[in-house]
Design a protein around this ligand. Structure first.
Ligand SMILES: [Zn+2]
Length: 453
């Protein structure tokens, strides 16, 4: 597979368009709740329509429309019509988490450009990707490009930040024929990982699941003024907390994490997975906490309850634990890990909420096209590596609804590494290096052509 050499001068109109789009997206407040995405969605719909896309706005509730834009082959096409060839969906969401202007150094909705960085809520998560995907699609459409076969779809969802009930989930469950996709490119990858002297791009291939549980201890109530009379259930949880603090669950390498550690040069035939993790901590101390959750089950106590009165020794106490499991691992394995961690303690464990992880293979046409693009456009970078998100994105609804769908997280950051972008997400001073926005826009333009002809 070969790509034309990057041509910064020829790409300038594309870059300008992506910047302008991102500025207008950031300036529109779409904090969810309540979301208020309608104005943005209508403007994007108009923009895409003008360029030749067929556009539909579909809403689960008034004022929260999802956008589906399609560009078919020259002889094509009506929405919902069978498609000859592969359907490539560029997916994003335009709602954001809130921003407290008092915590920011610049206006979170100002979209100011300072020293080459565009500031504002959504600059990374993920209006930048919406802007880049649309600029890429519109740029091609205006030049008269159409897929040789298949279909290009751009889907912009609402409501992702609170779980997608009115957005991707609703589209997949209620309108599967309109959003069925063979390939999806979404958020959740493309970050740059610096390990020692080498740097690697991530390609997001999966998301961890959750396997949350409660730990309960029993005792005997008494007045708190006479502790020797009762048996304090809360104190029975102390050894549970100590184990959760002190013991790490074992490294459990599924396919993608194994390839991740190998690609980063950490796992070799001579080196064990445990030693590979020690080496990661040594070579990339600030990156390691972001990588390690991909490699194992995590169990983090977050809530506790016991007596409802300050002067009563509790007869029962409960701890809630947010436990997450890598995709490809069965829930039974996670339960075994938890059981062995808490072995011998006088407590009962109840699993309260289980959602398996989800993923796509670290291979196949989209994965390989991304990998090849990176090789051609940043040849000095090390091997690209598959990564897993510790949380969820809208990709999971597509993977669940369309079992053959291959979905990947990819927005390549050439200039800001993950250790810089990660702390800005959902936090103050979110901003993006405009060179990264333009790099990603070119990536989408080229990937569309590679995958659809
Ligand atoms: Zn997001």
């Amino acid at each position: 597979m070969s790509y034309p050499q990057p041509d910064p001068a020829g790409d300038e109109p594309l870059a300008r368009e992506a910047t302008a789009l991102l500025q207008s997206l950031v300036r529109a407040r779409t904090v969810n709740p309540p979301g208020d995405e309608a104005v943005v969605q209508q403007a994007l719909a108009h923009h895409l329509q003008q360029a030749g896309f067929h556009v539909q706005l579909l809403e689960a509730v008034p004022g929260r429309p999802n956008l589906i834009a399609e560009l078919g082959t020259p002889d094509h096409h009506h929405p919902g019509e069978p498609v000859d060839g592969k359907i490539l969906t560029l997916l994003s969401h335009v709602d954001t988490v809130l921003a407290d202007a008092g915590d920011w150094r610049r206006d979170p909705w100002g979209a100011e450009v300072v020293d080459g960085e565009l500031w504002g809520r959504g600059a990374i998560d993920m209006k930048s990707q919406t802007a880049a995907e649309i600029a890429a699609g519109v740029g091609l459409a205006r030049k008269g490009w159409r897929p040789r076969s298949g279909l290009l779809r751009i889907i912009v969802c609402v409501d992702e930040e609170v779980g997608g009930t009115l957005g991707a989930r609703w589209l997949c469950e209620q309108h599967p024929a309109l959003v069925r996709s063979d390939y999806v490119i979404n958020e959740g990858g493309g970050a740059q990982l610096h390990v020692g002297d080498s740097r690697h791009y991530s390609i997001g291939v999966g998301e961890k699941g959750v396997c949350r549980f409660a730990v309960r201890a029993r005792g005997r109530a008494a007045h708190a003024s006479t502790p020797g009379v009762g048996d304090n259930a809360l104190l029975h949880l102390v050894p549970v907390l100590e184990r959760l603090r002190d013991s790490e669950l074992p490294i459990d390498l599924t396919d993608a994490p194994r390839r991740l550690l190998e690609g980063l040069g950490l796992l070799t035939p001579e080196r064990s997975a445990d030693d590979a993790v020690l080496l990661l901590r040594e070579r990339a101390p600030s990156l390691a906490p972001l990588i390690e959750p991909m490699l194992r089950v995590t169990a983090v106590p977050t809530m506790a309850s016991a007596s409802s009165k300050i002067n009563v020794i509790p007869a029962s106490a409960e701890l809630r634990v947010d436990c997450r499991i890598p995709p490809g691992m069965t829930v039974d394995v996670a339960r075994e890990r938890v059981a062995s961690l808490l072995e011998g303690l006088d407590v009962e464990v109840e699993f309260t909420e289980t959602i398996p992880g989800n993923g796509s293979p670290p291979s196949g046409p989209v994965y390989e096209a991304i990998d090849a693009w990176l090789g051609a456009n940043d040849p000095d970078a090390g091997a690209s590596v598959p990564t897993i998100l510790p949380g969820f994105t809208d990709s999971r609804w597509f993977r669940a609804t369309f079992p053959d769908c291959q979905a990947y997280g990819f927005f390549p950051h050439r200039h800001m590494p993950l250790t810089q972008t990660y702390p800005l997400m959902h936090a103050a001073d979110e901003r993006i290096d405009l060179r990264d926005l333009h790099f990603a826009t070119r990536a989408y333009r080229d990937l569309i052509r590679t995958l659809l002809g």
